[in-house]
Design a protein around this ligand. Structure first.
Ligand code: ZN
Length: 395
């Protein structure tokens, strides 16, 4: 009777039509591998079962006395990825041989050239994306079994991508001509923007689950923005002129992002509610906050010493402001030097005299690349103005 295969490989249901010349009874010998856990046989033509397994406890052979007709066989395996095919049907004594094929795959994120994007010690490729990125997920086969040569092409791959929340939106596949790569651009909706009231809390991360099913085996790739990505996303949401790269996001323990995300300055206090670490700042090019602050203290101290007056110290009113916080504090200057990490507002501790404001102003001006102006609120004024509120340093 030759050889039969599953039509819908690797469908676990197999239909066998015995030819009319078959005699009664038919011995159906089923040769299985150890990890074929069980199977059941159903006589489709008259609903009569196969009857008793008459095999003599041989682990991989089951033997039944059958009648003629159509039969449907269901095989259950112990693990996913074990495919069963190649059925040999002999004459009256029929042997079904199930060849085990180990098959497995994983999903990988790749760049536009198809090169794998790998995790590093500090970067997780599943977390490093923003909504303007092309995300490409590759089906990557782990076992050696050659699907192509078996007549099974990558066309058998079924991709499915879903946002984790409604606000993640619905994505569509980009036609990249590659069957084994699913490419899409995130499509989040209801994003916060300049027309809102801002917030001192980070946004929730954008999340997608990419599912890939092939030959009955399903694997998933979970994408979820990390803290750096969430901060970068703010700049996209707000449509700022400058949008930080990942290398322009810096860890910050609260010194230069004061008051953001947490009301008491302890950035970890809300970790349970906002696990997307908010201890970050963005700074175009490089993060100069600490260096400029250190130099400012030295310069200001020198002026005080030369003038023979006490150095009562300086304090930072505001420095880095992420777009959300910038809105929350009522600033309409979304592209200000504060949001690009290039400004800080500094005040005097103690006596607020014109002499001291001028010292502070000049101390800032002495620093390479820094411009200093005296301000009342957002308005530039003379440093001799008795109501100066702070010196705005920008670089
Ligand atoms: Zn300022």
């Amino acid at each position: 009777m030759g050889r039969a295969t599953f039509d819908n490989f690797p469908d676990k249901f197999l239909s066998i039509e015995f030819p009319s010349v078959a005699q009664i009874p038919i011995f159906l010998e089923i040769d299985v591998y150890d990890d074929v856990q069980s199977f059941s046989l159903t006589n489709k033509s008259n609903n009569i079962g196969f009857g008793t397994d008459v095999s003599n406890n041989e682990k991989d052979i089951r033997e039944f006395i059958t009648e003629t007709g159509s039969y449907e066989i269901e095989i259950n395996t112990q693990s996913d990825g074990v495919l069963i095919k190649d059925i040999e049907i002999e004459d009256v004594r029929t042997t079904l041989i199930f060849n085990k094929i180990d098959f497995d795959f994983e999903l990988r994120r790749v760049d536009d050239e198809g090169n794998r994007i790998s995790n590093t010690a500090t970067e997780n490729l599943a977390e490093t994306f923003v909504s303007t990125d092309n995300i490409r997920i590759l089906f990557f086969q782990l076992e050696h079994y050659d699907l192509q040569n078996d007549g099974n092409t990558c066309g058998d791959i079924v991709w499915e991508v879903e946002g984790v929340t409604e606000d993640d939106g619905t994505v569509t596949e980009q036609n990249n001509g590659e069957e084994d790569v699913y490419e899409f651009i995130p499509n989040p909706i209801n994003r916060p923007n300049q027309t809102g009231n801002g917030s001192r809390q980070p946004n929730t991360p954008i999340e997608y689950t990419v599912n890939c099913t092939i030959l009955g085996l399903k694997r998933s790739f979970e994408l979820e923005q990390d803290g750096k990505s969430v901060l970068r996303q703010e700049y996209i949401d707000y449509g700022t002129n400058w949008q930080p790269t990942r290398s322009e996001i810096f860890a910050d323990d609260g010194d230069w992002n004061t008051g953001n995300y947490s009301n008491n300055g302890d950035f970890n206090v809300d970790a349970a509610n906002y696990p997307y670490d908010s201890g970050y700042i963005a700074a175009r090019g490089q993060n100069r906050f600490q260096e400029i602050w250190d130099q400012l203290l030295i310069n200001y101290g020198n002026f005080c010493e030369q003038a023979g007056i006490n150095n009562n110290g300086l304090t930072v009113n505001s420095s880095y402001r992420n777009p959300q916080r910038n809105n929350a504090v009522g600033s309409v200057l979304i592209n200000s030097n504060h949001t690009i990490g290039h400004a800080m507002d500094v005040s005097l501790v103690g006596q607020r005299t014109s002499q001291r404001w001028n010292f502070l102003h000049n101390a800032g001006e002495q620093i390479n690349g820094v411009n200093a102006i005296c301000e009342i609120g957002p308005t530039q004024v003379s440093c001799d103005n008795p109501n100066v509120s702070h010196v705005h340093l920008a670089w």
